[in-house]
Design a protein around this ligand. Structure first.
Ligand SMILES: Nc1nc2c(ncn2[C@@H]2O[C@H](COP(=O)(O)OP(=O)(O)OP(=O)(O)O)[C@@H](O)[C@H]2O)c(=O)[nH]1
Length: 538
């Protein structure tokens, strides 16, 4: 991701290019007015003014853009051609003067947009622990360590560095031993950066007042004592996930190359992945290849209009969840509504400021992602549902065969889970399921696929991973899981799981029965006494 200075330089270069283009375009428009105004000429002028009206504001020439919009409307509505001719001549001359009044070596650059916090990679998260009680801090440290977090003990509130980026990803704080918990929370509230990092507070004081102070300090979790450690880890993971999502993917469909480049520069600088599509005939191919989270669509393009393209996207079930936002210089609200009725989700009128563009796209992506998550993910664990993980098995097998790489499939089942439910209750059982799901997610790689296959049964797919390596990884996770302490009404308890592994690899690439083969190994592990991993021998 580029920094603020680089972004400013890039925007300044784009602004200079745009200014140069206007410096050619305006005299050309004036030249056209040397001829009498025909219907064809009037149409041509309307289109060219429309383009300026939609872009000038974005490049910092707001007044010039408004003048272009007024003239565009006059081209559309004024029947008296000689009067129109006079208005156009005067108006375009005024635009020329406005352009001249901005220094060519200092292009009118709009305010640089605020960049959201940096997007983290999948690397293990660093957690600062301000928990002076040794026993509690050891319990939390051990549990989080099992989940793969790097835990650091802090003696005082970690202070953000000069660049406002603290060297930890989340803070867990026990308020009880502090001399003044309220003052500490107030101090935290004051030093919050624009995008606060996850904060989890622990206290035996459950009062409304303290919880409110915690919220003001940016807390995303509040835990009473005794602390339910797996619930704490679960909240930590959710907070980190919403804080550090993978970059948004934005497809910009616009025939105006300069404007599209500016959108791409602004959005990319905020960490988004962007593509510009100029040739509408490549739309379906690009959607398929790039898989955008959101499409920004121009309305008026030479060969096809944006509403038609939005309808084309909506013909396909797999893209129903992708929002289409029209970015258009169309100011007529009846036409805007007509475009929305055909397809599409929102309308943003050009010119659009960089900040508004960023905010609109970010909000749309977040909403589309949470809807998609709710539809395809299991609500208890956030893992893929049965049908989705089965689909992934098919896709990953095809990919493994194509790339001639091994693919390991692991089936896991929690041992004697009925007994857990019967002894500690269904809610405690749910906590165990969630704990195993989080452990798998934290310890496996980003490219691995994990699904909840049945009640307490899970499937993990490890691409480009040989059977022996998969066995080592999952056995390590098995040991960590068996050491986790879960909380029930009668006190704490521990659980274990059994796992079976099958792999398709050279020279045998048969992937069709992979799931069944892993299931047989799982059955063998249960039969051999549980709490073990059995690898298919071939
Ligand atoms: N708490 C909770 N329990 C569930 C859920 N889904 C399934 N279960 C329970 O999981 C238990 C599974 O029990 P069994 O299939 O008999 O197996 P087990 O007791 O785990 O024994 P082994 O697999 O042989 O080690 C059943 O009691 C289900 O009711 C869930 O979402 N939450």
């Amino acid at each position: 991701m580029i920094n603020k200075t680089e972004l400013q330089q890039q925007l300044a270069a784009l602004g200079a290019g745009y200014r140069q283009q206007l410096a050619h375009e305006l005299p050309e428009l004036l030249q056209l007015l040397n001829e009498p105004l025909s219907d064809r000429l009037r149409q041509q002028l309307e289109q060219r003014l429309h383009k300026i009206a939609g872009s000038a504001g974005t490049f910092g020439h707001a007044e010039l853009g408004e003048q272009a919009r007024t003239l565009e409307l006059q081209c559309r509505e004024q029947d008296n051609l000689s009067l129109l001719h006079k208005h156009l001549k005067y108006g375009i001359g005024h635009m020329q003067r406005l352009l001249d009044s901005t220094q060519s070596d200092q292009p009118a650059t709009p305010k640089t947009p605020e960049l959201p916090g940096s997007v983290m990679s999948a690397a293990s998260h660093r957690i600062a622990l301000l928990v002076p009680n040794n026993a509690l801090s050891a319990q939390i440290g051990n549990t989080l360590g099992s989940f793969g977090y790097q835990v650091h003990l802090a003696e005082q509130i970690p202070v953000a560095g000069d660049d406002q980026q603290p060297d930890y990803d989340a803070l867990i704080i026990d308020l009880d031993p502090l001399p003044d918990a309220r003052a500490t929370l107030q101090q935290l509230a004051q030093q919050q950066p624009t995008q606060p990092l996850p904060l989890l507070a622990i206290s035996s004081d459950n009062s409304f007042e303290l919880q409110l102070l915690a919220v003001r300090a940016g807390a995303s979790g509040f835990f009473s004592k005794p602390v339910d450690l797996t619930a704490l880890e679960n909240r930590l993971e959710n907070s980190l996930n919403s804080h550090q999502q993978s970059p948004a993917r934005v497809l910009v469909v616009d025939d105006d190359e300069q404007l599209a480049t500016r959108y791409l520069t602004v959005l990319s600088a905020a960490g988004m992945r962007c593509e510009h599509l100029q040739d509408p005939t490549l739309l379906l191919h690009t959607m398929h290849r790039f898989q955008p989270d959101v499409v920004l669509m121009d309305i008026n393009m030479p060969s096809v209009n944006g509403a038609e393209l939005a309808r084309l996207i909506r013909l396909h079930d797999s893209w129903l969840r992708v929002p289409v936002i029209y970015l258009s210089a169309e100011s007529d609200s009846t036409r805007q509504l007509a475009a929305l009725l055909q397809a599409g989700d929102d309308f943003i009128s050009k010119p659009i400021s960089d900040q508004r563009l960023l905010t609109s796209v970010t909000a749309r992506v977040q909403r589309a992602r949470s809807i998609s998550q709710a539809l395809s993910r299991d609500s208890l664990t956030g893992l893929l549902k049965h049908a989705d993980i089965k689909e992934q098995i098919g896709l990953e097998c095809e990919r493994a065969l194509r790339q001639q790489q091994p693919l390991s499939l692991i089936m896991l089942d929690i041992d004697h889970f009925k007994r857990v439910n019967d002894t500690y209750g269904h809610a405690a059982g749910d906590n165990v399921i969630r704990g195993l799901a989080n452990l798998l997610r934290q310890r496996l790689r980003k490219l691995d696929r994990i699904g909840r296959y049945g009640g307490e049964e899970f499937v993990a797919l490890l691409p480009n991973c040989a059977a022996n390596d998969a066995a080592t990884v999952i056995d390590d996770i098995r040991q960590s899981f068996s050491q986790l302490l879960f909380s029930g009404p009668e006190g704490t308890f521990q659980c274990s799981f059994s796992a079976g592994i099958a792999c398709c690899a050279a020279p045998d690439w048969d992937a069709t029965e992979l799931l069944e083969r892993a299931d047989q190994q799982l059955y063998a592990a249960k039969h051999a006494g549980r709490n073990r991993v059995i690898l298919e021998q071939r």
